[in-house]
Design a protein around this ligand. Sequence first.
Ligand code: GLU
Length: 495
Amino acid sequence: MTLSPARVRFAPSPTGYLHIGGARTALYNYLLAKQTGGQFILRIEDTDQARLVADAMEEQMNGLRWLGLHWDEGPDVGGPCGPYIQSQRTEIHRAHAEQLVAMGKAYYCFCAKERLEALRAEQLALKRQPRYDGHCRNIPLAEAKARKAAGESCVIRFKVPTEVKTTVHDVLRGGITVDNSTLDDFIILKSDGLSLYHLAAMVDDHLMGITHVIRSSEWIPSLPKHALILRAFGWGEPQWVHLSVFLKPSGKGKMSKRETANLKAEEGHSIFVRDMSELGYLPEAVLNWIALMGWSLDDKTDVLTLDEMIRGFSIERLNPAPAAISFDKLDHYSGVHIRALPPEELAKRIKPYFDQAGLNADESALLRIVPLIQVRIATLDESVSMAGFFFRDRIDYDPAGLIPKGMDAASALAALHRSIDLLGSLPDLAHPTTEPPMRALASELKLKPAQLFGILRLAITGQQISPPLFETIALLDRETVFARLAKAETYLRGE
Ligand code: GLU
């Protein structure tokens, strides 16, 4: 089946940084646009000026860029339906609010704050749901216009059709029906002429030609209002798709703001895209992870590239059931995608982590160590803890570790001494040259290879866990190897 080109939007509010929920919404929108040859639009929804966070818009955009979800139209790249920042469209929204008034679908409301507060208190006292009572709903338009012209302050309220139910079709959830009596005559334009979110979003979706609204399920309660606005104008509706919610890893409830904020410090994980690179994750891994939290290609495919997702995406395979966040899965995808990188690419990707650690490692040197670490690291930053010793002038470790289980300082020293002599007698330190005689030495000394090699490993790398020993020796300079072995000897001698 060929689908007609979709025009979809990711519409973040710049009230916070891009997190995996937003990123997943953006991804699904992006996939549909790319698969159908349509457009992925970025619209910044900053109508709620009071909650703006200064760098949130930039950070949202940086997060999308890092993930490789490039938009076809948006604030920075422009496009035929701009501006793409909602606060720059206030005139458009205001004109549309007035248009609804002219059509009899909305009305001016002059109720003062005090009246509304008293009404609310009264309703609460009667244990009723607070709602506007329609006081200004039937003021004749000419009279209302005259009052407005005379300078009386007013808002515009949407006239929710009474005595009926509203049903909206969500692709994943079927018909969602509400009794209109539960909907307030909600405000669409404030007294300062600024539009409220519901009107702004629907006007913009219409004018931008949006065909599918794929968004978080927290918008389901607003859905009837959104549909009523579109219907009042006589506009068509997009396909509505409300995604699954994320639950905390335990599967019990949603993550609180506090839990989210503490995650990085407490567990070394994060739900914020801006932290992912610092934590050593590849964008490919993050995309794979979030893609499969609420969608599947089939019942078995676990590892997917962005291109494969574009080819295989379908709205029908989105799963509306809540999805528990699993950071173990992220680590799994991280390892898988690291192993899938061409070595040159991995060398390039780990370079910034060495730079960050103050280690002077050029890409060609990194390329030589990549074969030793590619299968052993789960995140890019682990490359530094695994292989930083290649580039350090000095390595620090606890000398006690030089004495393996079942040995004492004297026997460890003797074994180290014999090893230095043997390695020094070999023509070179290539892996095939060193490993067989060193294994023979271990058996001659009646040591397990793990004992003897453990001494050498710590002496040469400063680590208990390292890339394979003989490959490591082959890659280090000869002088470094012998200097580090000699240093370990002094430790064992207790100097
Ligand atoms: N600005 C809204 C948000 O941040 C978007 C809602 C929508 O996609 O319609 O969640």
